[in-house]
Design a protein around this ligand. Structure first.
Ligand code: ADE
Length: 221
């Protein structure tokens, strides 16, 4: 899986080079690159934004540096192109699984009041949102999407980990415990110490259903 990010702030992407996604990178399972859009501007002052036509607050990212960056990074149009925006389809576990099937992804991270619409049209970007709130830029949103989808790329997690967690069966995850068996007077549920796999699976299923009914009844509908 190759993931490219187009951004005005390439240094923001260091978190993806850490922990599990960083390990996937070092193992050659994921290739993660952040490209500075400013390197592609033809403006002599390196400007990448301008005032909106029609007036209004804030600045809009100009189309030329974006279109040239896309053409340089993905010259054959092999990548699925995604613009992070609160206007987009709302990202969820199903979308993460779907994106994990792709070989190449190209994320455009906007800043200021957005990007010139023509850049999105020319490059064929689909839009993706991480929720109904507005961030100062698309970088954190793109990293969230990349992290969540990489978990579904084979080899990134230990086998089975992505199947047994929240949302995998449309339910929230059951409570987990580890050693010690008693901590500050609180014991681990007896059944988990029993070694009885069927009973454990049944208990976990019941707990997952109870938690989902309590906290996210919308998931059960
Ligand atoms: N950029 C700003 N807000 C965003 C959001 N909610 N989702 C994706 N990209 C964004």
């Amino acid at each position: 899986m190759k993931i490219d990010f187009l951004t005005l702030f390439p240094d923001m992407f260091s978190p993806l080079h850490q922990s599990i996604t960083g390990r996937a990178e070092r193992a050659g399972i994921a290739e993660i690159r952040a490209h500075d859009i400013r390197q592609y501007t033809k403006d002599r002052h390196f400007k990448c934004d301008d005032v909106p036509y029609g007036g209004g607050a804030g600045m809009v990212m100009t189309p030329q540096p974006i279109v040239d960056a896309v053409r340089a990074v993905d010259p054959d149009g092999k990548a699925r192109r995604i613009y992070m925006s609160p206007r987009g389809r709302v990202f969820d576990a199903a979308a993460a699984k779907e994106l994990a099937e792709e070989n190449r992804l190209l994320f455009l991270c906007g800043h200021y009041e957005g990007v010139d619409e023509r850049a999105l049209e020319i490059c064929g970007f689909e839009e993706l949102s991480i929720g109904d709130y507005v961030l100062t830029g698309g970088e954190l949103a793109a990293m969230i999407v990349a992290d969540a989808l990489l978990r579904f790329v084979p080899g990134v997690l230990s086998e089975g980990s992505a199947d047994e967690e929240s949302f995998s069966a449309g339910l929230l995850e059951y409570p987990q415990y580890t050693r010690p068996a008693v901590f500050e007077g609180r014991s681990v549920p007896e059944v988990l110490l029993s070694g009885h796999h069927e009973k454990i699976a049944e208990w976990r299923r019941k707990k997952a259903e109870e938690l989902t009914a309590l906290r996210r009844p919308d998931l059960l509908r």
